[in-house]
Design a protein around this ligand. Sequence first.
Ligand code: SF4
Length: 173
Amino acid sequence: MALLLVLALLFLGLGLFFLARRQRKISGLPEGEIIYTDAGDWRRNERPLFSNRYRLTGKPDYLVRQGGEIIPVEVKSTRLNGRPPYPSHTMQLAAYCLLVEDVLDVRPAYGILKYADATIRIAYTDALREEVLGALAAMRRAQGASDIPRSHEDAVRCRFCGYQRICDQALKT
Ligand code: SF4
């Protein structure tokens, strides 16, 4: 009887293990322990990461611990249809890498952008780090300006921008 119980528990454990692996594969998340999530349907929201040094705050959808690494994951509902990731999404992910580096004291080697039809690994290189620091500096300079010109001609970017309704420079598609 005891042996049957042990076997039943073993099969149950194996079943749960493979179910969890399958769900993670479907979600596009990397292997590793999920230590934080802001995706709502997984666990309750956690506090945003806040960097005093860079005067920056943000909430990645997931932070995944992989050995000594912490990998930020940002989930987008849009489809890429074979296109490269949007530069604004890459910058957002790079900002999360910077936050992880400063707040959690672990520099991620990469972050992940998870789209509806693709999962893209973005290397957090020195060049990308410099780019995000440059963008932050430019944003701070722009905060003091009264009139900020649009920096692109991408109507799709405007369509998905959270400021489209109030922006007087939004491009129409
Ligand atoms: S809507 Fe305005 S703020 Fe948003 S991307 Fe377009 S120009 Fe930039």
